[in-house]
Design a binder for this molecule. Structure first.
Ligand code: 13P
Ligand code: SF4
Length: 366
């Protein structure tokens, strides 16, 4: 059914909208390690050769000598620090396939974060993902190589906005997409990801649910359930750029092409897709269906990561990059491990309530 209401900041008086908790500030690193020499030597070439095998279809040989010394250094410092690297599917292949210990979508990373047996977690993704890891590992050091790695969805709403929505719709439960700050998570009943959004909404057994902050994911959920959805006007700056027209042009050029899209895309885009799913569900679909020609309507590094694994698939890549995901680089991952910066911290008063919302989602057994 169509969504039942759509709200945004302009629907509340500015004085009512207190700013969200400020982003964590970097703390000076303690116990910095010496900076390794980053040179392309025969030893670097030999030790990184198995890693190059994983990415040889997406990273040209001429670029490898520029990356390999840093990759080798990261993998060594990671062991010395007893650290683990979590990487989202949108990270560049040299990060996703060559230094990450665990890769996946937001849900997989949140679940894996509960099982981590290391002193330090380095989150290669955006800030809300690092906060989620910290919520689930309050006693571990969680690092993000660049804390400016934000998200247009997370930036679209504050905890104060959620409180105002609750005043406007008393008794209506609130679901927050994980793409939100801890401040917002602390004010909601439960979190969801794009992998489990419909199941989470239906788990509340309520006739109406407030779903925030992504209006397009809200519309997608509303199309899959009888629960009435009240949405927030947020949008992903990467996925809202795709158009149905663009997808029709791909199909006209080759009617046999398969098109798969992320549910953060607008409805006219999803209407043209052969499959809609989270990043993990898209990857699973590709592994199972093995299409000859494929268009992935999502952040374009994911197509590289899939092509590294399945080079026989011809990938058409409308290349929308997420500028926030791309703030994470091999250089700043190494820097982060060497200096233990930037550490993610969350106000304990917020953390306890936000953690509950994330844990409720994880405990739903997806
Ligand atoms: P997934 O949970 O599908 O990985 O999506 C996260 C995200 O930020 C998509 O833009
Ligand atoms: Fe946020 Fe969109 Fe980037 Fe995902 S792709 S992190 S939703 S801005």
């Amino acid at each position: 059914m169509p969504i039942a209401g759509l709200f945004g900041p302009e629907d509340f008086a500015p004085s009512q909208r207190r700013p969200a908790a400020s982003a964590p500030t970097a703390r000076p690193g303690t116990g910095a390690l010496p900076r390794p020499a980053l040179e392309w030597t025969p030893e670097v070439e030999r030790t990184t050769a198995p890693l190059y095998e994983r990415v040889k279809h997406v990273i040209p040989p001429i670029e490898w000598p520029l990356m390999a010394p840093t990759i080798k250094a990261i993998n060594e410092v990671k062991v010395a620090r007893n650290a683990v690297i979590l990487a989202h599917n949108y990270q560049a292949p040299e990060i996703f396939h060559c230094v990450a210990d665990i890769g996946g979508d937001s849900l997989q990373l949140a679940i894996e974060a509960t099982k981590v047996n290391a002193d330090i977690i380095v989150q290669c993704g955006v800030h809300f993902m690092a906060e989620t890891s910290k919520l689930l590992n309050p006693d571990k050091t969680v690092l993000i190589p660049d804390s400016r790695a934000g998200c247009s969805l997370a930036a679209s709403i504050t905890g104060a906005d959620v409180r105002l929505l609750r005043e406007r719709f008393p008794g209506v439960p609130v679901v927050a997409y994980v793409n939100t700050s801890a401040d917002v998570k602390a004010e909601v009943d439960i979190c969801c990801t794009s992998s489990n959004a419909v199941a989470v909404v239906e788990s509340l057994r309520a006739p109406t649910v407030i779903f925030l902050p992504d209006q397009y994911l809200a519309k997608y959920v509303a199309s899959k359930t009888d629960v009435k959805i009240i949405a927030w006007k947020g949008a992903c700056e990467v996925h809202e750029r795709f158009t149905g027209e663009e997808l029709r042009a791909y199909r006209e050029a080759d009617p046999s092409v398969q098109i798969i899209a992320h549910p953060e895309c607008p409805p006219d885009v999803l209407a043209e897709a052969d499959f809609t799913g989270s990043t993990a569900h898209m990857i699973k679909w590709v592994r199972e269906k093995r299409p000859k020609r494929l268009v992935m309507i999502t952040e374009c590094s994911m197509a590289d990561n899939v092509r590294a694994e399945l080079p026989e698939i011809e990938m058409l890549r409308p290349c929308n990059l997420c500028p926030h995901m791309k703030r994470i680089t091999l250089s700043n991952i190494l820097e982060s491990l060497l200096t233990l910066r930037e550490e993610v911290t969350i106000d304990p008063a917020i953390a306890e309530r936000a953690q509950r919302s994330v844990e409720r989602m994880i405990n739903l057994k997806n």
